[in-house]
Design a binder for this molecule. Structure first.
Ligand code: ATP
Length: 429
């Protein structure tokens, strides 16, 4: 994990938030490569969930919502973690994070005594308005979910969706986590990508759709290269489920600190719509266009963390093989798809041709140029950031219009025609 965190900082994936001011606990900034990776994850997700389907549409809600939303959703009352404080050093931890409590015990000579657990609300407060003392207390959204539910009526009325259908959203959420940590895994500001999938309120239908989404997401993550044996489903036990959930399953990754959730599939029933109907006084029922039957649909939610997904793509892709370090990222996710180099940077003819190829490919792919050092170092440098293909222009290129195309994972090189390069790359990426 230390190696990955160091790589992230050194190569510009992830930096500590506000680092020049000593950082700010639980916040992280994405550098140029991390930004590309994150954008690619979100774009592929959106493509598979919205663009390629006919039953899901997207929304982009605001981060600050009317505080009544959070009363209705139950977050003001129930979005709490149990907080305990060490009576010796006043460190605060989550009472349900047993491993951290045990670890903390080792840091004192005597056995630490803990305060009784008290409920700590995770919603982050903010204040809106210009008049001191008359500002309105609001919350930064603790989950992006509610932005979808409050727009259910508007989406039904303004589009042609018919049940079953989904509404997808990607965006930031904020939680006052008691113990942020494990790099970006538990942050106070993070991004979520979610689908709320509305269905007829029938037990069989609920079970069917719940199973469908479980399989969909397992296939999605393995399809993008996460090792199958590092993933598992974990069903929530009865006492563990969130206040809204009829059934809940996490998908977990076997991380360096143990099995850890990066997404959940939740059967929320009609909890959210019925609460918003009650609290807003608005009719949230759906009317079947054929039978005219009215009902509150059930919601099967898929909720994934963008940052946790990204972190696990990085961890899973990090490979050391006979002294070679490479990031085995899926070509669609890799920050750069291709790097182009002249074999020798001080030969104008080589550089000129390489530059032309680079500029031509740049219109289609996120692409890197490197003219420094020797070719071995350039390959190593691209391997480390996960660039799946490298194109080298050498002296033979000047004679027969071919270049070498190197594959990151096998390190094999093939000679390909320059005029066929784009087509080959399109097929591989
Ligand atoms: P945890 O049990 O780890 O606190 P959770 O069950 O509260 O997570 P959900 O409310 O189900 O998480 O949120 C859905 C997803 O949002 C999670 O699977 C995770 O990927 C992401 N997420 C939640 N909290 C954080 C956080 N503090 N930092 C980064 N991602 C988070």
């Amino acid at each position: 994990m230390n190696k990955i965190a160091a790589l992230c900082k050194r190569r510009g994936f992830i930096y500590p938030g506000s680092e020049i001011y000593g950082g700010l606990g639980g916040t992280w900034d994405y550098g140029p490569l991390g930004t590309e990776l994150k954008r690619n994850i979100k774009n592929e997700w959106w493509k598979d969930v919205v663009q390629l389907r006919e039953d899901i549409v997207g929304v982009d809600g605001s981060i600050i919502m009317n505080p009544k939303v959070w009363a209705a959703s139950g977050h003001i009352e129930a979005f709490v973690d149990p907080l305990v404080e060490c009576k010796i050093c006043h460190e605060r931890l989550r009472a349900d994070h047993i491993d951290q409590i045990e670890e903390h015990g080792k840091s004192h000579k005597e056995k630490p005594k803990w305060t009784e657990p008290r409920k700590f609300n995770l919603l982050v407060k903010a204040y809106l308005g210009i008049l001191e003392g008359r500002q309105q207390e609001v919350y930064l959204r603790g989950e992006i979910t509610q932005g979808v539910h409050v727009n259910f009526r508007s989406v039904v009325d303004s589009t042609r969706v018919k049940i079953p259908f989904g509404i997808a959203q990607i965006g930031k959420a904020f939680r006052n986590e008691i113990t942020p940590g494990n790099f970006t895994f538990r942050s106070r500001e993070f991004e979520q990508m979610e689908v709320q999938y509305y269905i007829r309120p029938e037990t069989k239908e609920g079970e069917k759709r719940f199973e469908y989404w479980k399989k969909f997401w397992m296939d999605w993550y393995t399809g993008f290269g996460i090792s199958k044996n590092k993933l598992r489903f974990r069903d929530h036990a009865d006492g563990e489920r969130a206040h809204y959930a009829k059934a809940a399953t996490d998908i977990e990754y076997e991380s360096p600190w143990g099995w850890s959730e990066f997404m959940g599939i939740h059967h929320r029933g009609d909890w959210d719509l019925s609460r918003h109907q009650e609290y807003s006084g608005q009719n949230m029922k759906y009317q079947d266009p054929e039978t005219k039957e009215e009902y509150l649909p059930w919601d099967i939610e898929s909720s994934a963390g963008v940052d946790r997904s990204l972190l696990f793509f990085l961890i899973d892709g990090y490979t050391e093989d006979k002294g070679r370090i490479f990031l085995k990222l899926h070509p669609k996710l890799a920050p750069y798809k291709v790097a182009v180099f002249p074999l020798l940077a001080n030969k104008p003819k080589l550089t000129g041709l390489a530059r032309r190829i680079y500029l031509d490919l740049k219109t289609d792919f996120m692409i890197a140029w490197d003219g420094r050092g020797n070719i071995g170092k350039r390959y190593a440098s691209q391997d480390e950031i996960g660039t799946p293909f490298c194109v080298t222009v050498d002296f033979q290129s000047l004679e027969d219009d071919t270049v070498t195309l190197r594959d990151r994972d096998t390190t094999k090189q093939e000679r390909v025609k320059i005029n066929g390069l784009k087509k080959i790359l399109r097929e591989k990426i």
